[in-house]
Design a protein around this ligand. Structure first.
Ligand SMILES: [Zn+2]
Length: 224
């Protein structure tokens, strides 16, 4: 069986999360976002988990090599033998090299780095128009998906607010960080022939079918 060892890249608001969810449904792949796997490592109380907990409790940032070790533990656990979906890792070239080595120890390699891309102005438009209900977390958009009554959640009648993360100045800051961190990674994967780019400005359905077609092509190339 063909493995689907996948890394997801892309700016906030380009629809990476939506595509991740669809890929998980399609292929039943384990999904590893950095936050989730660190939390799960802590909960498992493994040796690594204890180290992570100590650092998190002290308020420090978890260093690259420890995140790498936690990822490696999961790749080794048997649950990811047919593939995986990594989101938020790697974030730096150092981490990408770590992943490459971890896979190579297992006699495996990355299938593709899927970049769900969108221009900055589109990201700002999407995120800064987002409104979230304070009670149930239901999400609306002032232009694309407005509630029936302005400022009020259709589902539970509670108040809609703009999350701090979605304020224009925060979005701009998040984009700066994204470009600084991720552009070298895009270049790195591109040089290795692993980058596949998708237009996040298309509808989620279009992006999804494009991703599926690309993965099918890669599986075919792999089999021949
Ligand atoms: Zn609501």
């Amino acid at each position: 069986m063909t493995q689907r060892n996948l890394v997801l890249l892309g700016p906030p608001g380009a629809g990476k999360g939506t595509q991740a969810q669809r890929l998980r449904d399609d292929f039943d792949l384990p999904y590893y976002s950095t936050g989730d796997i660190l939390r799960e490592a802590i909960a498992s109380q493994s040796e690594l988990g204890k180290q992570v907990k100590e650092i998190v409790d002290s308020g420090e940032l978890v260093p690259d090599d420890l995140i790498g070790a936690v990822v490696e533990e999961r790749l080794n656990s048997g649950e990811a033998d047919d593939g995986f979906l990594l989101d938020g890792f790697p974030r730096t070239i150092g981490q990408a090299e770590m992943l490459e080595q971890a896979l190579s120890k297992l006699g495996r390699e990355l299938t593709a780095a899927l970049l769900i891309d969108a221009p900055d102005e589109e990201v700002v438009r999407r995120l800064s128009g987002r409104r979230t209900c304070v009670k149930g977390g239901h999400v609306y958009h002032v232009d694309f998906d407005p509630p029936k009554r302005e400022g009020v959640c259709d589902q539970d009648g509670s108040r809609l607010v703009q999350r701090d993360d979605d304020k224009p100045e925060t979005v701009t800051k998040r984009l700066e960080v994204y470009h600084e961190q991720t552009e070298p990674l895009i270049q790195w994967y591109s040089e290795r022939g692993l980058l596949r780019r998708f237009e996040g400005t298309r509808t989620p359905e279009e992006v999804h079918s494009h991703v599926r077609a690309t993965l099918a092509t890669l599986a075919f190339e792999d089999a021949t």
